[in-house]
Design a protein around this ligand. Structure first.
Ligand code: BEZ
Ligand code: FE
Length: 289
């Protein structure tokens, strides 16, 4: 048996996985061990720092439940979510870029008709949103399923602020594009907000001199037969934090104007915003079977 020291330990761990029958698992774990050991050697990790790391992960586990996912937040603020998303979602020029999913999507939001108000009691200035979904050749994508969700003017998603006196789903909905690929709905204007920062990830950001804020945005997930699913946001031009998004989600092509309007027309709100944004989906490659 070879004596184990701070160098031979790496080989010993790699050898221990030699009989793993899953080749992909073996190669991912071997790479993880190599990088982890190299990291510990490079920074000369102390025992005290190792303990602090263990406590951090323990705290992240304790605060995580079915509504709060501290490990995704950790991945987001370290840029890992953006890296993994980017290397798995490269699209031809002209297609709408994808960005991070975030933790606030809810399966099965209410299905609405075009023009309906999705705010459902969420506070914020009215905003009329319209968009068109096409393929890369300009063909309309009819009957695409569009999920939309956003925070209110105080920076909270409905799931962060359950209120029995209000509808469960606020500022989120699903709708289908029409035959020309178009859809429109009423919502509230998007505002910047901090990611949940009352846990270990917030404390880490603080220690690093980083802020927890995200620029104002509206989330979209668009699914249609024959096309790749698109998960993205549209960001509000001119707002704060576009250059320093806590989760590295901003792409210049996803920044759009929320136009402000004032009106004397009694049929319209006295002050409202409009957002007009079109989406281009990438065709999915037919599977071999
Ligand atoms: C969001 O945009 O909803 C989000 C994304 C990443 C972390 C936290 C929130
Ligand atoms: Fe968000």
């Amino acid at each position: 048996m070879k004596p184990l020291d701070s160098f031979t330990i790496t080989e010993a761990v790699l050898e221990s996985m030699d009989r793993c029958p899953d080749a992909r698992l073996r190669s991912v774990m071997a790479s993880l061990v190599r990088h982890l050991h190299d990291f510990a050697r490079e920074v000369k990790l102390t025992e005290d720092e190792w303990w602090r790391g263990i406590r951090f992960l323990t705290d992240a586990g304790h605060i995580t439940d079915d509504k709060r996912q501290e490990f995704i937040l950790l991945s987001d603020v370290l840029g890992l979510s953006t890296l993994v998303m980017a290397q798995n979602n490269s699209k031809p020029a002209g297609c709408t870029e994808a960005t991070v999913f975030g933790p606030f999507f809810v399966e099965g939001a209410p299905m609405i008709e075009h023009g309906a108000d999705i705010a459902n009691g969420a506070k914020g200035a009215p905003c009329f949103v319209q968009g068109r979904v096409t393929g890369a050749d300009g063909e309309p994508v009819a009957h695409a399923l569009v999920d939309v969700w956003q925070a209110d003017e105080e920076g909270f998603y409905d799931v962060q602020k359950p209120d029995p006196s209000l509808s469960e789903h606020r500022a989120r909905a699903q709708l289908r594009t029409d035959a020309d690929g178009r859809c429109h709905f009423r919502s509230i204007v998007a505002h910047e907000y901090p990611i949940p920062h009352d846990g270990p990830v917030g404390a880490m950001l603080d220690s690093l001199g980083r802020h927890p804020w995200r620029p104002a945005h509206l989330h979209f997930m668009i699914q249609a037969e024959g096309y790749e699913r698109l998960i993205t946001h549209v960001f509000r031009r001119g707002g704060p934090y576009l250059e320093s998004d806590a989760v590295f989600g901003v792409r210049p092509s996803l920044i759009a104007d929320w136009e402000r309007h004032e009106s004397d027309d009694p049929a319209k709100p006295p002050v409202y915003y409009t957002l007009d944004y079109d989406f281009v989906l990438n065709r999915s490659t037919p599977s071999a079977d």
